[in-house]
Design a protein around this ligand. Structure first.
Ligand SMILES: CC(C)(COP(=O)(O)OP(=O)(O)OC[C@H]1O[C@@H](n2cnc3c(N)ncnc32)[C@H](O)[C@@H]1OP(=O)(O)O)[C@@H](O)C(=O)NCCC(=O)NCCS
Length: 179
């Protein structure tokens, strides 16, 4: 019991702001950078969403609210030549012992070269290092590309949420990986 309380106290002490140290990434001979997202990245992130979906599912103000929660959210961006080409968000719930991928996207021109996988594995490393035993996410049932990627990274299906997405009432597949 005391050990549990001590762990909680230690977590509270470090709760102020989640921090991620910038890293260089060499992908197919090209130099990318992964770093923590800043408020000034929001328009570039929304632009990546527009390139992916045609229209951005998350508005700038949604990203703003997420980035403001710097005590339980970690958003990373991958940049190439100073431009944001991908982003991933993770939420952390210490009481539920759960980390959760909230959103991920890679600019279409930069997909299929390992950027998405790298962002997920770095998020997993971060969560594991901070004591989270699992990571969860939900994905549209028809998003076979993303589901395949998550499965390749060790995520497995835990349940289906019928009609979870309000735009087209598509089911969500809930997935989880042990860290
Ligand atoms: C899902 C998404 C984030 C994946 O990002 P990505 O950067 O394309 O992912 P990766 O490149 O790591 O993996 C994609 C495929 O490329 C392959 N790949 C990885 N590195 C590669 C390389 N160097 N050369 C060629 N192929 C490569 C992977 O093996 C993977 O293949 P798989 O589908 O057979 O598993 C991206 O496709 C995306 O933004 N999709 C639209 C938004 C979306 O669906 N988001 C998820 C919501 S839940």
């Amino acid at each position: 019991m005391f050990a549990k309380f001590k762990a909680w106290l230690e977590h509270k002490r470090g709760e102020e702001q989640l921090k991620f140290t910038q890293q260089p990434l060499l992908i197919n001979g090209r130099q990318f950078t992964i770093r923590q997202a800043r408020f000034t990245d929001i328009s570039a992130i929304v632009h990546v969403e527009e390139l992916i979906y045609g229209t951005a599912p998350w508005s700038a103000s949604t990203f703003q609210i997420e980035l403001e929660r710097d005590y339980d959210r970690l958003y990373l961006v991958i940049t190439y030549d100073g431009q944001v080409v991908g982003y991933v968000g993770c939420s952390f719930n210490w009481y539920k012992h759960e980390s959760h991928i909230t959103n991920i996207g890679v600019s279409p021109a930069y997909q299929d070269r390992g950027i998405g996988s790298k962002m997920i594995t770095l998020s997993e490393d971060y969560a594991g290092h901070h004591g989270y035993p699992k990571m969860t996410l939900e994905v549209r049932i028809h998003n076979l590309k993303a589901r395949k990627l998550y499965e390749r990274l060790g995520f497995y299906q835990t349940s289906i949420r019928p009609h979870y997405y309000i735009d087209n009432r598509e089911d969500a597949v809930e997935m989880e990986v042990k860290l």
